[in-house]
Structure formats: structure tokens, C-alpha cells
Write a new protein. Structure first.
Lengths: 115, 115
């Protein structure tokens, strides 16, 4: 079984600054996906960014980027130029490849962006 | 693309009653997932359908829980003889395609409260 650990229950950041969320995972698999999902208060969970384990290059989506360290089983999310709309719960998630479709989520990190 | 739709948004019931939730996936999405999320935690996988076939069930899905997806379209999740521990947000997600690299799109969830 895979476990995903997010050690920071809450993070606070000033608008326009950068915040980094940590995520570690435990797996014996070599082929998998990692995800960061965002869940705003009382709203749908949406995909922020995705990383394929066989790709060494870190994924980037606009102001969101990851630092994927496969050997260390670490997958952190950096939010640059934080905006008020980034306030949400952020979940790190793992999916085994190729034929496993369920996501295993961490407990989440609540990010609050201050004006 | 109208998104994943879940009904009802909130269900309050007495312990011992049966409840049924509905999920309408994004049209043409052949995969449909159910997750359960308790307060302050990440979602936990319950079950997964590919078209009308239920391909995997978590150990979390006790015999009081049953899920169906007739004709491979909408899905229902029924909980019989509800217990206090069933209080949670029940999330539905859907995805398209034959490979696990297609992202899962989540609905708003159904919040179940057991009195």
C-alpha cells in the first residue's frame, strides 16, 4: 500500500510571495504518477499539477511548480506570486501505473494567502 | 462540459436509516470513482467503475455500502443502516480514456450528517 504524508497542516503566506508545501510518499513501485490537488473552501477539488515518475524534469503550470526527488520520495509544490484565490486546502496524491486508477491522498495542507 | 454533478449536496439522516447518493459524471467519461473524505483529512478511495463494471472496491466499503452504475452513465452509492461513523463528505470523480494518465475530475460532493 502507498502512504502519502503532508507534514504541514497549515501554511500562511503574504500575497505576491512564495510558499512551498511538502509531501513525501512511501512506495515500492517504480512507475507512478504524483499530483497536487486544490480544494477551495466549499468548492470542488481541482487538479493543480501532475508529475510522471519516469520524467526527471519537474512539472510546471504557470505559478505552480514541483520539486520531484524520486530517490528521496519527495514531491513538494511551490506556489509563486501567491494570490488570494490560492487560499485552499492542497492535497498531494499518488497513483500507481499502469493499471491502477485510484488516488491515494495525503491529509492536506491548508494554505491561507494574506492580503 | 458541465462537470461532475452530485446530488444531494447535503443529507441529514438519523442513525439506522438508508441513504442513496447520485453522481452524474462528465459525459463520455468511462471511469467513475467514489471517495470518502472526513473532516480535516484527504479523500479515501471507496470504489471504481469502468463503464458499468465495478472493478475495484476498498476494504472501507463494508457490506452496508453498495454502488452501481447502470448502463455506464450515472452512479448511485447507497449506505444501509447508517452509523455515526458514516458521517463524511462523499466525493465522486470521473475520467476519460484507457490509460491512467487522464486526470480525475471531482464533483462538489455530498455531505452526509448522521444524527
Amino acid at each position: 500500500a502507498q502512504t502519502v504524508t503532508q507534514s504541514q497542516p497549515e501554511m500562511s503566506v503574504q500575497e505576491a510571495e512564495t510558499v512551498t508545501l511538502s509531501c513525501t510518499y512511501d512506495t515500492s513501485e517504480n512507475n507512478y504518477y504524483l499530483f497536487w490537488y486544490k480544494q477551495p473552501p466549499s468548492r470542488q477539488m481541482i487538479l493543480v499539477i501532475r508529475q510522471e515518475a519516469y520524467k526527471q524534469q519537474n512539472a510546471t503550470e504557470n505559478r505552480f511548480s514541483v520539486n520531484f526527488q524520486k530517490a528521496a520520495k519527495s514531491f513538494s509544490l511551490k506556489i509563486s506570486d501567491s494570490q488570494l484565490g490560492d487560499t485552499a486546502m492542497y492535497f498531494c496524491a499518488f497513483m500507481k501505473r499502469p493499471n491502477d486508477y485510484k488516488l491515494s491522498f495525503g491529509a492536506g495542507t491548508t494554505v491561507t494567502v494574506r492580503a | 462540459d458541465t462537470g461532475v454533478s452530485q446530488d444531494p449536496r447535503h443529507k441529514i439522516t438519523k442513525r439506522g436509516q438508508n441513504v442513496t447518493f447520485r453522481c452524474d459524471p462528465i459525459s463520455e467519461h468511462n471511469r467513475l470513482y467514489w471517495y470518502r473524505q472526513t473532516l480535516g483529512q484527504g479523500p479515501e478511495f471507496l470504489t471504481y467503475f469502468q463503464n458499468e463494471a465495478q472493478l475495484e472496491k476498498s476494504r472501507l466499503l463494508s457490506d452496508r455500502f453498495s454502488a452501481e452504475r447502470p448502463k455506464g452513465s450515472f452512479s448511485t452509492l447507497e449506505i444501509q443502516r447508517t452509523e455515526q461513523g458514516d458521517s463524511a463528505m462523499y466525493l465522486c470523480a470521473s475520467s476519460l480514456g484507457e490509460f491512467s494518465n487522464q486526470p480525475q475530475h471531482f464533483g462538489d460532493g455530498t455531505r452526509l450528517s448522521i444524527l
